[in-house]
Design a protein around this ligand. Sequence first.
Ligand SMILES: [Zn+2]
Length: 251
Amino acid sequence: MSEETPLTHLLYYKDAYLKEFDAKILKIQNTNEEYHMVLDQTAFYPLGGGQPADTGIIKKEKREIKVSDARMLNGRVIHIAKEVVGEIKEGDHVEGVIDWDRRYALMLNHTAAHLMSEALRKVTGLPMKIVGSGIDAEKVRLDLAYDGSLGPALPQIEKIANDIIRENRAVIAKTMPRKIAQRYVEKFHESLKTLPPRVQEVRIVEIKDLHACACGGTHLRNTGEIGAIKILKRRSKGKGVERIEFLAQKS
Ligand SMILES: [Zn+2]
Protein backbone atom coordinates (compact mmCIF):
# COMPACT_ATOMS: atom_id res chain seq x y z
CA MET A 1 0.00 0.00 0.00
CA SER A 2 1.34 3.40 -0.88
CA GLU A 3 2.52 5.79 1.78
CA GLU A 4 -0.26 8.23 0.86
CA THR A 5 -3.05 5.87 1.90
CA PRO A 6 -4.25 7.14 5.31
CA LEU A 7 -3.87 4.85 8.32
CA THR A 8 -6.84 2.70 9.27
CA HIS A 9 -8.85 3.79 12.31
CA LEU A 10 -8.96 0.68 14.54
CA LEU A 11 -12.51 0.38 15.83
CA TYR A 12 -11.85 -2.91 17.68
CA TYR A 13 -9.67 -1.05 20.19
CA LYS A 14 -12.45 1.36 21.07
CA ASP A 15 -15.06 -1.38 21.24
CA ALA A 16 -14.05 -5.04 21.07
CA TYR A 17 -17.76 -5.95 20.85
CA LEU A 18 -18.43 -4.04 17.63
CA LYS A 19 -19.85 -6.45 15.04
CA GLU A 20 -20.90 -4.10 12.20
CA PHE A 21 -19.54 -0.80 10.98
CA ASP A 22 -19.68 1.68 8.11
CA ALA A 23 -16.53 2.52 6.20
CA LYS A 24 -15.12 3.96 3.01
CA ILE A 25 -12.84 2.02 0.68
CA LEU A 26 -9.54 3.91 0.41
CA LYS A 27 -7.60 1.46 -1.71
CA ILE A 28 -8.15 -1.75 -3.68
CA GLN A 29 -5.31 -3.82 -5.06
CA ASN A 30 -5.60 -7.02 -7.05
CA THR A 31 -2.58 -9.29 -6.45
CA ASN A 32 -2.09 -13.03 -6.88
CA GLU A 33 -5.78 -13.65 -7.42
CA GLU A 34 -6.56 -11.88 -4.17
CA TYR A 35 -8.19 -8.54 -3.56
CA HIS A 36 -6.60 -6.36 -0.89
CA MET A 37 -8.81 -3.62 0.48
CA VAL A 38 -7.94 -0.79 2.86
CA LEU A 39 -10.84 0.92 4.61
CA ASP A 40 -10.76 4.21 6.50
CA GLN A 41 -11.90 2.34 9.63
CA THR A 42 -12.47 -1.28 10.57
CA ALA A 43 -13.66 -3.71 13.23
CA PHE A 44 -11.76 -6.57 11.53
CA TYR A 45 -8.91 -7.60 13.83
CA PRO A 46 -5.78 -8.33 11.74
CA LEU A 47 -3.55 -11.30 12.55
CA GLY A 48 -1.18 -10.42 15.37
CA GLY A 49 -0.23 -10.86 19.01
CA GLY A 50 -1.08 -14.55 18.84
CA GLN A 51 -4.68 -13.87 17.80
CA PRO A 52 -5.91 -14.94 14.33
CA ALA A 53 -7.48 -12.46 11.93
CA ASP A 54 -11.23 -11.96 11.78
CA THR A 55 -13.27 -13.17 8.87
CA GLY A 56 -16.58 -11.73 7.70
CA ILE A 57 -18.10 -9.74 4.87
CA ILE A 58 -17.91 -6.30 3.31
CA LYS A 59 -21.23 -5.23 1.76
CA LYS A 60 -22.21 -2.61 -0.74
CA GLU A 61 -25.93 -2.54 -1.30
CA LYS A 62 -26.69 -6.11 -2.44
CA ARG A 63 -23.08 -7.06 -3.11
CA GLU A 64 -21.22 -9.11 -0.55
CA ILE A 65 -17.50 -9.68 -0.47
CA LYS A 66 -16.23 -12.50 1.72
CA VAL A 67 -13.22 -11.40 3.77
CA SER A 68 -11.11 -14.48 4.50
CA ASP A 69 -8.14 -12.79 6.18
CA ALA A 70 -6.91 -9.44 7.49
CA ARG A 71 -3.32 -8.24 7.94
CA MET A 72 -1.72 -5.15 9.42
CA LEU A 73 0.74 -3.42 7.12
CA ASN A 74 2.33 -0.14 8.23
CA GLY A 75 -0.72 0.98 10.18
CA ARG A 76 -3.22 -0.06 7.52
CA VAL A 77 -5.49 -3.07 7.85
CA ILE A 78 -5.54 -5.06 4.61
CA HIS A 79 -8.84 -6.93 4.16
CA ILE A 80 -8.23 -9.93 1.92
CA ALA A 81 -10.87 -11.45 -0.34
CA LYS A 82 -10.55 -14.25 -2.89
CA GLU A 83 -13.00 -12.72 -5.29
CA VAL A 84 -14.98 -9.60 -5.81
CA VAL A 85 -18.16 -10.09 -7.79
CA GLY A 86 -19.43 -7.02 -9.56
CA GLU A 87 -18.25 -3.51 -9.35
CA ILE A 88 -16.65 -2.11 -6.25
CA LYS A 89 -14.24 0.76 -6.32
CA GLU A 90 -12.14 3.12 -4.27
CA GLY A 91 -14.25 5.79 -2.60
CA ASP A 92 -17.27 3.47 -2.21
CA HIS A 93 -19.13 3.49 1.09
CA VAL A 94 -19.52 -0.03 2.43
CA GLU A 95 -20.69 -1.89 5.50
CA GLY A 96 -18.44 -4.38 7.25
CA VAL A 97 -19.74 -7.32 9.31
CA ILE A 98 -17.37 -9.57 11.21
CA ASP A 99 -18.06 -13.26 11.88
CA TRP A 100 -19.07 -12.59 15.47
CA ASP A 101 -19.44 -16.19 16.72
CA ARG A 102 -15.88 -16.95 15.71
CA ARG A 103 -14.49 -13.66 17.06
CA TYR A 104 -16.30 -14.08 20.40
CA ALA A 105 -14.88 -17.61 20.73
CA LEU A 106 -11.45 -16.09 20.10
CA MET A 107 -12.05 -13.43 22.78
CA LEU A 108 -13.12 -16.10 25.26
CA ASN A 109 -10.03 -18.19 24.54
CA HIS A 110 -7.65 -15.23 24.41
CA THR A 111 -8.85 -13.88 27.76
CA ALA A 112 -8.64 -17.42 29.17
CA ALA A 113 -4.99 -17.55 28.04
CA HIS A 114 -4.16 -14.50 30.21
CA LEU A 115 -6.01 -15.97 33.13
CA MET A 116 -4.30 -19.36 32.74
CA SER A 117 -0.84 -17.83 32.78
CA GLU A 118 -1.73 -16.38 36.19
CA ALA A 119 -3.12 -19.74 37.40
CA LEU A 120 0.08 -21.45 36.21
CA ARG A 121 2.23 -18.90 38.02
CA LYS A 122 0.28 -19.37 41.25
CA VAL A 123 0.59 -23.15 41.15
CA THR A 124 4.22 -23.40 40.07
CA GLY A 125 5.36 -20.40 42.09
CA LEU A 126 7.26 -19.16 39.03
CA PRO A 127 6.59 -16.46 36.47
CA MET A 128 5.67 -18.58 33.46
CA LYS A 129 7.98 -18.42 30.49
CA ILE A 130 5.76 -18.99 27.50
CA VAL A 131 7.89 -20.16 24.58
CA GLY A 132 5.07 -20.74 22.13
CA SER A 133 1.34 -20.24 21.88
CA GLY A 134 -1.57 -20.56 19.52
CA ILE A 135 -5.06 -19.23 20.02
CA ASP A 136 -7.91 -20.31 17.82
CA ALA A 137 -11.68 -20.47 18.17
CA GLU A 138 -11.59 -24.12 19.33
CA LYS A 139 -8.71 -24.07 21.82
CA VAL A 140 -5.57 -22.45 23.19
CA ARG A 141 -2.15 -24.08 23.13
CA LEU A 142 0.60 -22.86 25.47
CA ASP A 143 4.17 -24.14 25.45
CA LEU A 144 5.90 -23.39 28.74
CA ALA A 145 9.52 -23.63 29.78
CA TYR A 146 9.18 -25.85 32.84
CA ASP A 147 11.39 -28.56 34.32
CA GLY A 148 9.27 -31.53 35.29
CA SER A 149 5.68 -32.45 34.59
CA LEU A 150 2.67 -30.20 35.06
CA GLY A 151 0.50 -33.34 35.01
CA PRO A 152 -0.07 -33.71 38.76
CA ALA A 153 -0.87 -29.98 39.10
CA LEU A 154 -3.51 -29.83 36.35
CA PRO A 155 -6.59 -30.16 38.60
CA GLN A 156 -5.31 -27.35 40.82
CA ILE A 157 -4.43 -25.13 37.82
CA GLU A 158 -7.90 -25.66 36.39
CA LYS A 159 -9.52 -24.90 39.75
CA ILE A 160 -7.63 -21.62 40.20
CA ALA A 161 -8.47 -20.55 36.64
CA ASN A 162 -12.15 -21.24 37.30
CA ASP A 163 -12.01 -19.39 40.63
CA ILE A 164 -10.77 -16.28 38.77
CA ILE A 165 -13.75 -16.59 36.42
CA ARG A 166 -16.14 -16.57 39.35
CA GLU A 167 -14.44 -13.49 40.83
CA ASN A 168 -15.80 -11.72 37.72
CA ARG A 169 -12.82 -9.39 37.43
CA ALA A 170 -12.84 -6.55 34.94
CA VAL A 171 -10.46 -6.87 31.99
CA ILE A 172 -9.00 -3.47 31.11
CA ALA A 173 -6.73 -2.30 28.29
CA LYS A 174 -4.61 0.86 28.58
CA THR A 175 -1.70 2.31 26.66
CA MET A 176 1.31 3.84 28.39
CA PRO A 177 4.95 4.80 27.69
CA ARG A 178 7.30 1.83 27.73
CA LYS A 179 9.20 2.75 30.91
CA ILE A 180 6.01 3.11 32.93
CA ALA A 181 4.58 -0.05 31.34
CA GLN A 182 7.70 -1.99 32.33
CA ARG A 183 7.29 -1.03 35.99
CA TYR A 184 3.56 -1.68 35.77
CA VAL A 185 3.84 -5.28 34.52
CA GLU A 186 6.68 -6.07 36.95
CA LYS A 187 4.15 -5.74 39.77
CA PHE A 188 2.43 -8.72 38.15
CA HIS A 189 5.64 -10.74 37.62
CA GLU A 190 5.67 -10.03 33.89
CA SER A 191 8.19 -8.26 31.68
CA LEU A 192 8.39 -6.56 28.29
CA LYS A 193 11.57 -8.38 27.29
CA THR A 194 10.09 -10.01 24.20
CA LEU A 195 8.64 -6.73 22.92
CA PRO A 196 10.67 -5.23 20.02
CA PRO A 197 12.68 -2.14 21.14
CA ARG A 198 10.90 0.07 18.57
CA VAL A 199 7.63 -0.28 20.52
CA GLN A 200 7.61 2.79 22.77
CA GLU A 201 3.89 3.04 23.52
CA VAL A 202 2.73 -0.21 25.07
CA ARG A 203 -0.82 -1.53 25.28
CA ILE A 204 -1.33 -3.31 28.57
CA VAL A 205 -4.16 -5.74 29.18
CA GLU A 206 -4.95 -6.21 32.86
CA ILE A 207 -7.20 -8.66 34.65
CA LYS A 208 -7.98 -6.21 37.41
CA ASP A 209 -5.48 -6.34 40.28
CA LEU A 210 -4.40 -9.84 39.30
CA HIS A 211 -2.40 -9.96 36.08
CA ALA A 212 -1.12 -7.52 33.46
CA CYS A 213 0.99 -7.94 30.35
CA ALA A 214 1.58 -6.33 26.97
CA CYS A 215 -1.03 -7.43 24.45
CA GLY A 216 -2.63 -6.12 21.27
CA GLY A 217 -5.56 -8.51 21.14
CA THR A 218 -9.29 -8.22 21.78
CA HIS A 219 -10.61 -9.34 25.17
CA LEU A 220 -13.78 -9.79 27.17
CA ARG A 221 -14.98 -7.04 29.51
CA ASN A 222 -15.13 -9.37 32.51
CA THR A 223 -13.72 -12.78 33.35
CA GLY A 224 -17.27 -13.82 34.33
CA GLU A 225 -18.26 -13.96 30.66
CA ILE A 226 -16.39 -17.26 30.61
CA GLY A 227 -18.57 -20.13 31.82
CA ALA A 228 -15.68 -22.52 32.48
CA ILE A 229 -12.13 -23.28 31.47
CA LYS A 230 -11.36 -26.88 30.64
CA ILE A 231 -7.87 -28.28 30.26
CA LEU A 232 -7.99 -30.65 27.27
CA LYS A 233 -4.52 -32.16 27.35
CA ARG A 234 -0.95 -31.85 28.50
CA ARG A 235 2.20 -33.41 27.21
CA SER A 236 5.96 -32.99 27.47
CA LYS A 237 7.62 -31.66 24.36
CA GLY A 238 11.01 -32.64 25.83
CA LYS A 239 13.92 -30.34 26.71
CA GLY A 240 12.03 -28.77 29.60
CA VAL A 241 8.99 -27.67 27.61
CA GLU A 242 5.45 -28.57 28.65
CA ARG A 243 2.49 -28.11 26.33
CA ILE A 244 -1.02 -27.61 27.63
CA GLU A 245 -4.22 -27.17 25.64
CA PHE A 246 -7.46 -25.75 27.02
CA LEU A 247 -10.62 -23.98 25.99
CA ALA A 248 -13.01 -21.44 27.44
CA GLN A 249 -16.73 -22.13 27.24
CA LYS A 250 -19.12 -19.21 27.30
CA SER A 251 -21.39 -18.75 30.26
ZN1 LIG B 1 -4.16 -10.70 25.18
